[in-house]
Structures are given as structure tokens and as C-alpha cells.
Design a protein around this ligand. Sequence first.
Ligand SMILES: Nc1ncnc2c1ncn2[C@@H]1O[C@H](COP(=O)(O)OP(=O)(O)OP(=O)(O)O)[C@@H](O)[C@H]1O
Length: 906
Amino acid sequence: MKPQRGKTPRKRNANSPFQEPVEVYCRLRPLDDPNEPACAKPLSNSVVQLTPSDNAVVRNGQVKEYQYTFQNVFDEFSSQKAVFDRTALPLVEDLVAGKNGLLFTYGITGSGKTYTMTGVPQDQGILPRCLDVLFNSIGELQSKKYVFKPDRMNGFEVQTEADAMLERQKKDIMPNLTTPSKTPSKRPESGDIERIMDPTAVGSVEDDNCYAVFVSYIEIYNNYVYDLLDDLPYNPITGYKPPQTKILRTDSSDNMYVHNCTEVEVKQPQDAIDVFYKGQKRRKVAHTTLNAESSRSHSVFNIRLVQAPLDGKGEEVIQDSDEEAYDSDRICVSQLSLVDLAGSERTNRTKNSGDRLKEAGNINQSLMVLRTCLEILRENQTAGNSKLVPYRDSRLTHLFKTFFDGDGKVRMIVCVNPRFTEYEETIHVMKFAEMTQEVLITKSVSNNKFDMGLTPGRRRLHQHQIENGRLEEMAPHRPQIDFSIGPPFPLLELVTPTDDLTICNIGLCLDERLRRRQLMILDYEQSCAEFRAQLVDFEKDYNSLRNKCSELEERAAMREKEASRIESKNRSLERKLEEMSRVLKDLEKENQLLGLQVQDKAWKIQVEKNAKEKLRSDYKSRLQMNNQAWEKNMEKTRRQMEIEAENQLDERDRKLDMLRDIVNEQDAVVATPRTRSRAGQNPTPKPRTHTTPASIQSARSEIDMSSIGASTIASSARAAAAGRAGNTRVPPRSAVRIPAAKSIPNLSQVGLTPTTSKSRQPVVNPRYHRRSKSSGNAEVWLEHKPVDCVDTNTLMQPKMTKKKSVSKLDVKDTKSASKYVLTHQEQDSSDELVTKLVKGDVIKTPSGGSAVVFNDVETLRRLSPGTRKRRSPTTPMYDPEMEWTDTEDRCSTAVEGHKRSKTTNL
Ligand SMILES: Nc1ncnc2c1ncn2[C@@H]1O[C@H](COP(=O)(O)OP(=O)(O)OP(=O)(O)O)[C@@H](O)[C@H]1O
């Protein structure tokens, strides 16, 4: 039998409703480096744009951007499933419906043609998915193996069940390629990786048909056709023999086919895939023997679906008949060809040579012929020309002739590698692909495949009968009745009236018939009774079933009610859940916000805490420093005061001693005129008494420390301390009362003329001479005096070994000095020049400056003899108190020079 195909239409009307264009799809493969810029990008579901790289040569300053429109454009993220569903699934539906289809991938080398067609076990391509969907659809409706047998002329025969069984047994005994085992021990090429099957099934399958799937795998290399399922003869010495080339032939329906090509019947998708991978393996072996590259050939995988109607009993396929006229009514063969074309490439770009150059030339040649054929076809269709389409120029186009000139669907997937380096070649591919869409193909119209007047649902009925037959076998058998009314009448012709034999025979025959009739009536009545009983049973069953049914219906209604109630409850719960989840989300957001606020506040508190801690430690350290400085100063002041007090005591003792000496000496020495004038007075010394500090204070001329202008807290504190000390301390001069004051010569005079009396102890006794406090050896003095300072010319000068005089004080001057003296000059009430030396210690402050702690004031007073107010010569009334006071005054004028406030009268 030959497959059902339409005849090649020579001329077509472009607008015919029986034609449809070749559908072209475009698929972009992902770039190896996702960061690499792409030259092709989809603008929409059906438009793709090609853009050259930035440094490409532009013509007339315009960038060469092209846009192409296809049935669908799959971007680099499109899945294999999506590509299959859109491009190949309708072809599988057509295959099941008995229509032919051709799907081929086209593109430059490395653009993803093989990936799209075959894929990887975890992510299958179009080919395995087609097989999955096909077997999912025909599943149980497959015929037993070898019922359909290829006749090697592109047709199929139907074998009897007995022949098929015989062949099955034969093949089982000697398995070879054409009988793939049900569970192959090892899956070639696909490895051990578990294949993920496509679960889709198509619905256009007819129950009353029997199906069988056959696959074949061929390749076209260097314009030769090879059968990839052909066994290659193997010689242990020379290895595999090169494969035999196959020839293309035309069958009785004008369809092209590969003569003597191996077709393998497969019963499950994995069998077909195993066959495919075996073919791939042989392809490699063949290529090794042919010195070829696997990707440099066109491969064609054919799936042929044979279907035939079941006989009237729905039991077996209608057997083959000699009557050719009925063949097409009894068997239908549809074919889906999946073609992975070799990649087009420019020979100058790949720089091939030798065999590779030949390969590339042949590939380009076959692809060029394909282009030419399609172009001429389009021209013929659009312009009504009848140019000869050069299908025979290449094996590829010759094989495709069946599809382009026959009927069915043709689809093309253009694979694009969006690398910039492929830009130029991709433009050519796209142009060809866009042109291909204009070629029209005749639609297949084989909706009513088998119109043989057979009752539909035969298969189901047969199955039902088989099940019922089993039930009948189990029921008790009634004795079979012969339903004939007896043997035929004997010859009833009466030859003579006395022919008793004939009359007797007639009587016997009638009796027999009567008996049989009665038997039949009895059987009939029995059957009727049985039938009635059965009917009653059936009715009973029917009623009980009806009751059950209504019960079930009630239950179902209740369940439905319950279900709808649960559904509505569910819906309301879902709504509540949604509401709750919304609230939860809001609360979570709020919580997050509050958490952030808490964090923020905690951070602020921490910052404040740190700042306070720092401030506290600062204050603490400052307080400590101040306390230390204060304690140090206080200690110093205390020590100074102690020393002063000691000195004062010493001084007082010394003065007393001096006075005692003077008084004693006075008694012994001849009195001077002055003393003589007072000789008559009673010089009896008065007992010593202490004057009050206030009375002495008035006699002193000290400078208030604060008036000097102490600039620092420390110095003012010192000054205050010094002031306090001055107020409370009894100065040495006031601690002494000299009883014979009037007889004591003026000490200033003594001082000026120390040699007036040799016998007398000089007033300024070096033994008692008070060394200036400023006479320290290591002390460096900073003398601060005005520019117009008058020279004191006093006899006693303050001792300052190392000193530096400045008129204007600078801080840096205080750095090297340890002592400070401020010179102040003024006139007293008697117009005498009084020079005051305010002294102090220079101390370093923690901040790097200096402070002066004033601790001493030395007064230098110059007295002119002429202006000196002398006491009245008239001898006053003896007043011991007065006398002592006068003496004290004078003495103090003469010897004053204590630490705190010294007055040197010269
Ligand atoms: N859509 C895709 N997704 C992921 N990888 C892809 C895709 N398309 C192609 N590839 C990868 O690109 C590489 C080349 O693809 P493939 O071998 O299918 O190209 P080809 O066009 O068949 O090449 P040739 O013409 O040389 O046979 C393969 O490693 C393949 O895994």
C-alpha cells in the first residue's frame, strides 16, 4: 500500500484558500558572555532588529539597522518547551490527523540549530518532545508489532496476525537494530542522565484506528545521502567499511523517498530516542571513515505514523487486499521530517582548506540551491510564472520537493547567534528567512481518512464484548435446541391412490414437524418465561440502580451543596486571610519602622551618653588638674608663710639682739650732741611690749598687691593670700620696742656715714645685713620697668645676678625667667622718690603660658637730708610710750628689710 498523498500541483493561485505560507520563526541564542553586547534583539513578539557594532563602517553616516518580521521571535530566555509548543506541536497534531509536516532549523554555524532540534536530556529539544507527544497521544491504540510492514518503496503492508506473530518470534530470537529491546541495557549518547519527558498529548486521535510509528534517520553529506540506521560492515583489520550512499526515488504518488532506507518500528518514545542516538553514533563512525565533521552535514529524522481502521468487529486491522483501489481507504501514512541543516558559513571567513573547504562548498551549494528553489517557487506563485524549480540540483532540495510541491505544512526556525562578529552573515540568513515566508504550500485536506461505512466505536464495543463474554462463560448453559422444523418434505407426489407409503411418509413428516413445533413453542415459552424473569430481574436491578442513582444523586447534590458551602466559606476565609495578610504586612512594615526608630533613638542615646561620659571625664580631669594646681599652690603658700613666719621670728630676734647691742653700746659710748642733749632724761628701758599690728601697718608703705594687676587666678589668689598674711602677721619692726630711742642716732645717717664712730658697731652690719631675696644664684630675673625709670642710686641695691630688663612684657620673656620684678616709682607726700619692687615667682601654667605669683614688695626710698623732718629739739615731757614709739620709728626706718615688706631708708 502507498501512503496517501496529494499530487504535485503545477500551478497555484497565490490567494487560494487551500494554500498557506511557509511559517518562519526566529530564535536568538544566549551569548556565552552575558555582558557582551548583542547585535540582534527582539523588538516585539514578531520583530527582531539587527544593529551593527559601534565601530562598524557606516554608509552616508547612517547606521545599518535592519528589522525583520517573523511568525514569532523567541528571545534568548525562551524555553525549549515554549519553542516546541509554538512551532512543532501543531505539526504533531497534523501528523496524528494524517497530514505531513516539515520542520527545519536554519542558521549560521553555532547559532543553536542542534540545540533547538535535539536539546539536552534535562531540557529536551523539538525531536524528543515530538516523540513524547506522539506516544502520549496514541498510547493504547498502537497495533501489535509487525502488523504494519514497510515495503521499502515508501509504502506499508498489513500482515496477518499470524504472520506478524511469526515475525515477532523471529526478531526476538535474532534481535538487531530493527527490533530495539523494550528496555535497552544502555542508553547510547544520552548517557545515564534521566530524560525529562514532555507530558503533552494531542486530542485528535481516532479510537477505531490502529497506529504504528516508524522512524528513519538519514544525512546528506557532500551532496550524498547516507542511511544512519544502516548497519556498517565491520572488518577487524580495516575497521568499519564506509557507508553506502543511498539514492532518492519517487514513489507511485510522486513523493520523494530514500530507497532502501531502514525504517524502525518503535513502540515507545525512548525506543525512538535510542534509535536516534544510535544513528548519531553511526554518524560519528561514518564521519571518521569519511573524514567528515558531524556538524557539516544535513540530518533528517523522519517520523512516519501509519494508521489503519479496525475491522467491523473492532478486533483487527483490515487485512491487505489485492484490490489496489481500496488501499488508500484502508491505510494512511503521514510523515513529520525534522531537519537540522548544516550551518551556513563563508569559506573565506573560516579559512578552511581540503576536505573542510569541500564540505563548506557543498553545504553552501545545497543551501544556495534551497534558496534558489524557494525564490523561483515564490516567483512562480506570485507572478504566475512556470519556471522550472531546480530541486534536482541538490539532494536536499530534491528530498524537500515532496513538501514544497506536495501538501502539508512547512516550518522553519531561524537560529541567530547575536554576536557582533556574526552580524554580516546573520543579515543574509535573515533575508532568506524573510523571503521564505512568501512561499505558499498546499494545505493537507485529509480530515475524513477512512470512509468505509464502518460503525464508529468498534474498538470499545469489542472490548465490552470481551468483558461480557467472560461473564457469559461463567453463567449455566441451557441445552441447545435445533431451531429447524425438520428435514425437508419428501416427494409428495401421489402416483396412485393406493400409494400408502407416500401418505405414511407425509404423516410421519408432519408428526415430526408438529413435535418440533411443540418443542420450539415450549422452548419459546421457556425462553419467554426466562426472559420475563430476566426482565423482572433487570427491572428490579434497574429500579434498585435507579434508587441507588437517585440516592447517589441526592448525595451528590448534598455534596455539591456542601462543596459550594465549603467553597464560599473557603472564599470568605481566603478573603479574611488576604485581609489578615494585608494587615500583617502593614504591621510588619510598622514594626520595621518602629524598630528603625528604636534603633535610631538607641543610637542617639548612646551618642549622648558617650558625649556626657566624655564631658564628665573632661571635667574630672580638669577638676583634678585644678585641684592639684590649687593644692600645690596652697602647699607652696603654706610653706612660704611658714618660712616667712620663721624669718620674721628670726628677724625679730635679730633686731632685738641688735637693739640690745645698740642700747648696751649706747650706755658705754660717749654721747653725741644729740644724745647728750637727751642725757638728762631717764633712759631706763621700758619693758618690752608688742604694738598692735594696726598701728604698725599705718607706718608702712606697702603696695596693695591687687593694684599691681595680677592677671591670673593663681596670682590673685596668691596676692589675696599675701594680703591676708600681711594683715595678720606682725612685721619685725613693730615687734620690737626700743626704750632709749631718743639717744639713738639716726640710722640713715649712720648708714650714710658708717665711719662716724669707729667704736660704735655699724648699723649696717654685714653680719646682720639681710641679703635680698632676689640674690639666689640660679634665679633668672625678669625685670619689668618703665622706660623712664629714674635711677634710685641707693646704697643697697636688690641683688639680681641674672636678669633681663624689659619695658614691655612679652610672654616669651617669662619662659626663661623664674623670678619676676616689677619696678614702680612714685613720689611720696614729702616729694621724695619711692621705688617699689614688686617681686614674684614665675610659674608655668598647664596651658603653656606663665603666671606670676607675687610674694614680695621691696621699697627703696631715698631721703634728702635737708628735707628730713627732724624732731623738735625741745625736750618733751617724758613719755615712755612716746619715746619708744619714736625709737621704734627710727629703728624701723633704719633696719627695716624683712621679707614681706621692706623699707630701706637711706
Ligand atoms: N537557546 C540556547 N540556550 C542555551 N544554549 C544554547 C542555545 N542555543 C545554542 N546553545 C549552545 O550553543 C552552542 C552551539 O549550539 P549548536 O551546536 O546547537 O549550534 P549549531 O547551529 O547546531 O552549530 P553547527 O551548525 O556547527 O552544527 C552549544 O553549546 C549549545 O549548547
